[in-house]
Design a binder for this molecule. Sequence first.
Ligand SMILES: [Fe+2]
Length: 238
Amino acid sequence: MQYIIFQIFLNYNFFHNLENLGINMSYVEKIDLNNLINFSKTNSYLSIVEREIPRLSNSFFENLITEPLNISGKIFKNKSLKSIKHILNKNIPDNYKKHSFYNHWVKDMSNISNIFCNIIDSDSISFSLSSSRGCRRYHIDNVPMRLLVTYYGDGTEWLPPNATNYDAYYNGKNNENIVKIDTEKKFIDTWDIAIFRGGEKGILHRTPDRALHSPTLQMRLDYSSFLNDVERYNNINL
Ligand SMILES: [Fe+2]
């Protein structure tokens, strides 16, 4: 499987200075998956690792997601495979666990969880897996960092800063006002790994229209405290 990472470095002021000059300010860099660990040391607000969709993926998830799946739990770095299997255990029918693709998928989530633990330098993280996504409005997550992988269905839609009206976003305007350049909308592909950095200058993103109404399955990784503090995050867009 080939991994390519795009890193978009965004300096808000620098960006707007360039924008005023009519220059596209996005800087895209391709690096190896192994360098994803360095995300925490960069100024990137969004990194995307491109991956191919495994051959059996769509047929496996098409059947699995006939019933809603919304589960979460804590993943421990040194026991990530065991942690994920434990979380999935009661929610995945036994016949799916016997499928050869199941182990491939669980190992993938385990490997990515370990990478995220290393990025945030933590022995544990919060893990969520959901078949329902409903973030219609463009938003910035109110978390320091978040990793997303859409295993089935359309991945996250996002806006490059040059196509974003941040003032419209912070003034509570709707999507039509937030999008400055409609043709600049971007979409993260299925199975790609995306890490968003939060904060005022973060990348605006949303659930794409098709994923609002079609079957989907997305993994979300957050800091360990996220699930414990979920009450505190009740008012944020997930
Ligand atoms: Fe989000």
